[in-house]
Design a protein around this ligand. Structure first.
Ligand code: UDP
Length: 413
């Protein structure tokens, strides 16, 4: 029978899957519950969609519960998300009251299951108060924070901390995202799913189609940045770098692909600036793609020669992981999680300025063999470090370490 684990083994090698089986063996039959607030859309749901069946295949009794809320609840948790990432606005008392009430209501539905589970993973702030409604819980509870909480608006963090302090452990994506809490903290970086539409192998024809569909020339070098139109992603810096190179490599083309920014006034303003900067150059293509364009983005990344992510500020930078997985050299801004991925002069180049980016673009365009070598190293680096299987390995290791508590030595078969 072809299982999901087999499908991943084809990508990671059997050794990685054997290791997962080894880590999972002592956890056979244990009950693990993941809880978040949406079944579809967003990075957390995307990861759980594959992680949960993988854990089930490893004979861990894993389930995924989604809490339900109303408009006020999601307005509150959106505000919480923004304030934890630094925006400074107080959340009105009535919204916080709804947040607590919705969690109380959801706890009524989920209590029996959560209290008997061996391990409960609560994802992000939305369901964080559930713990306080499960006084007879048997297992260990882990708060998994997927957001950058390094500079939160203090009053909101203080409020949320009241709910998460009682957990047995918490997980942050990067060391610099973490907060001080009275329990062990684990750092588990994000990952991409190599079997998703965004990252799977594509037929050659589908990759080639982007050239005709977007009016690009397959014979000329193609530079690409995929990003929301956001100043921190520095699309203007990308255009500046492209223009600096253009004097020496006149036939290159640039694609800036992002979502349409209609619901984000700031994004709309950035998009206008980008359009102005691109004016008069038919080789700069600004693509506004619908939110479900995963295969399209995949094809664009595969069609490109060099991928830029010239961010000035960045969380982890999943677009970098995606680009490296497609075997492309990445020129990335010296910011955030890009530094974990783009190893300078090895899997790509890290730059601080448009001039720096231009220098590296020029160099790569003149050294196609380097492009290939860097792309290859990048792909292998992602295979080893940033695929979903590594994410799962670290969850299993964390579960084991909580399960065996302070044991000095844990022997796995
Ligand atoms: N993305 C997308 N459409 C767009 C722009 C971005 O699907 O128009 C995807 C991109 O492929 C990546 C994610 O959104 O998977 C962006 O994640 P990243 O960590 O790079 O940046 P963020 O937007 O979270 O700051």
């Amino acid at each position: 029978m072809n299982t999901l684990l087999d499908a991943y083994a084809n990508i990671t090698g059997q050794g990685v899957i054997d290791h997962l089986r080894q880590l999972a063996a002592p956890l056979r039959g244990m009950k693990v519950v993941h809880v978040n607030s949406t079944r579809v859309g967003g990075g957390v749901a995307e990861i759980l969609e594959k992680l949960v069946p993988l854990m089930q295949e490893l004979s861990i009794d894993t389930s995924w519960e989604v809490i339900t809320g109303n408009d006020d609840f999601f307005q509150c948790t959106k505000a919480m998300h923004n304030t934890l990432q630094g925006s400074r606005t107080r959340i009105p008392e009535n919204l916080l009251a709804t947040y607590e009430q919705i969690n109380r209501d959801n706890a009524e539905q989920l209590r029996a299951k959560l209290e008997e589970a061996d391990f409960v993973f609560i994802h992000d702030p939305q369901p964080a108060p559930l713990l306080s409604h499960c006084p007879n819980r048997q297992g260990k509870w882990i708060w998994r924070c997927h957001i950058d909480a390094s500079h939160p608006f203090r009053p909101v963090w203080k409020y949320l901390r009241g709910f998460v302090a009682g957990y047995d452990a918490s997980i942050f994506s990067l060391a610099r995202f973490a907060r001080t809490l009275p329990h062990p903290q684990y750092i588990i970086p994000p990952s991409i799913d190599p079997l998703s539409e965004k990252n799977m192998e594509l037929p050659e024809a589908e990759i080639k189609a982007v050239f005709s569909d977007f009016d690009l020339d397959p014979e000329r070098p193609l530079l690409l940045q995929v990003s929301r139109f956001d100043r921190f992603k520095d699309p203007l810096g990308v255009i500046q770098a492209y223009k600096l190179v253009k004097r020496f490599v006149p036939d290159q083309q640039l694609v800036l692909a992002g979502g349409s920014a209609t619901d984000d006034p700031e994004g709309e303003a950035v998009l206008q600036e980008v359009k102005e900067a691109a004016q008069g150059d038919p080789d700069i293509h600004i693509l506004l793609l619908p939110p479900d364009s995963h295969r399209r983005i995949n094809a664009l990344q595969r069609a490109a020669d060099i991928i830029l992510q010239k961010s000035i500020k960045e969380g982890f930078g999943l677009t970098v992981t995606e680009a490296m997985w497609k075997g492309k050299p990445v020129i990335g801004g010296n910011a955030g999680g890009i530094g974990l991925q783009v190893i300078n002069f090895n899997t790509g180049f890290r730059v601080n300025t448009p001039e720096g980016a231009a220098l590296r673009i020029r160099y790569l365009l003149h050294h196609p063999e380097k492009m290939q070598a860097m792309g290859h190293k990048g792909r292998e680096f992602v295979r080893d470090n940033f695929l979903l299987t590594r994410h799962l390995r670290e969850y299993l290791t964390l579960i084991l370490s909580l399960h065996y508590g302070g044991a000095e030595r844990i022997e796995l078969g």
